[in-house]
Design a protein around this ligand. Structure first.
Ligand code: H2U
Ligand code: ZN
Length: 345
């Protein structure tokens, strides 16, 4: 690593979104007198009669959960977007005719929201599942994506873990919001990947991964089918990017051995996160597959992991001030974060 980048303030460009992040390595030693929120751990309760997601329980909507014994999905009872029942008719106008100018632009959004129960055991986390149990979650992700992407432009698989990340329920679960538009993050990533492919005839993240593997300093896990690294342009202190080691458009295109090795990598990475601050590490993670159903050689499937923790189980990174008003900023370098993660794995 270039000494200037490890010691002096600089900006790095996110090749996947085109955005910039400010890195201030000289600031990593500043004293902290901020928030120390208490760490939250599992209660160890394997079945909670009051949990909306435990097998056989009645949800807030009155629907009764299947007595599932392996990962199981249902339509979210409180969806953020709904099926476009008005398709073909007037529906919501693309631009509200009651508003005076194009400054007041809106458009309809329709879609489908799913809740994915990862395991019947209320106390489990993806991190402490066996490889077989994690494989079943991978298979559910793949089958849901395979179905939803036939009729939705963008299928966002994600998991919010821990109260710190706004997760409403300790039961191991993820969500999918499948929409008929291309949201901001997808649009930014598409623009960068498409432009790179048009110029180079190879997927941006394939070239990026190969270079990172050569450099090795930001690589956290590398095995036959998958590589995990702290991206050069990471915003969150211990953010990682999980990449397949061949170009793949979608989760449902993984082979059996890629699924199996994904289950191994996932549990290893998440256990590493838990070990980092000796806590059940909160995070938001999610998959980005290609938009639409057309073959997408420009797009590389990948997962982002965004844990908010900075210094301990209770001290998190806040994206406020300069981050909200100007651009993301970090003190710890991505190289130092990768080194810390490697030590815990
Ligand atoms: P989070 O914990 O990440 O918020 O996800 C829980 C989701 O489960 C949330 O989107 C849904 C909420 O709408 N849910 C139901 O669909 N039915 C319920 O009875 C409770 C929660
Ligand atoms: Zn439960």
């Amino acid at each position: 690593m270039n000494d200037l980048l490890s010691q002096r303030p600089h900006r790095r460009r996110n090749a996947l979104t085109g955005e910039w992040v400010t890195v201030s390595p000289q600031r990593a030693q500043r004293p902290w007198q901020g928030e120390e929120s208490p760490a939250s751990g599992s209660t160890g309760v394997t079945y909670d009669p009051d949990c909306y997601l435990c097998p056989g329980n009645t949800r807030a909507s009155g629907h009764v959960n299947t007595p599932y014994t392996s990962p199981w999905a249902f339509d979210n009872d409180f969806p953020a977007v709904e099926a476009d029942l008005d398709a073909g008719s007037e529906g919501v106008q693309a631009t509200d005719p009651g508003e005076p100018s194009a400054l007041f632009k809106s458009e309809p959004v329709a879609g489908r929201c799913r809740v994915l129960c990862y395991h019947p055991d209320h106390s489990k986390t993806l991190a402490d599942m066996t490889e077989e149990e994690a494989l079943a979650v991978v298979q559910l992700w793949a089958s849901e994506v395979g179905t939803l992407r036939q009729s939705h432009q963008w299928v966002q698989v994600f998991e919010n873990r821990g109260a710190m990340m706004g997760c409403s329920n300790a039961h191991p679960h993820g969500q999918i919001w499948a929409v008929d538009t291309l949201p901001n993050e997808g649009a930014k990533e598409l623009a960068q990947q498409q432009a790179f492919y048009d110029a180079e005839q190879v997927a941006l993240l394939e070239v990026y991964r190969a270079e990172e593997e050569q450099l090795a300093e930001r690589v956290v896990i590398q095995q036959e089918h998958w590589t995990v690294l702290v991206p050069y342009w990471a915003m969150w202190p211990f953010e990682t990017l999980l990449l397949p080691r061949r170009q793949i458009d979608h989760l449902d295109a993984l082979t059996d051995s890629e699924q199996m090795s994904l289950a191994q990598v996932l549990t290893r990475l998440l256990r590493g996160y838990d070990a980092l601050f000796d806590t059940s590490c909160p995070y938001t993670m999610g998959w980005h597959g290609a938009p639409g159903i057309a073959p997408a050689p420009h797009w590389q499937l990948h997962a982002h992991f965004y844990p908010p923790l900075l210094r301990s189980a209770s001290v998190r990174k806040h994206m406020v001030g300069y981050e909200m008003l100007s651009e993301a900023q970090r003190d710890l370098t991505p190289e130092a974060a990768a080194e810390r993660l490697r030590q815990t794995l």
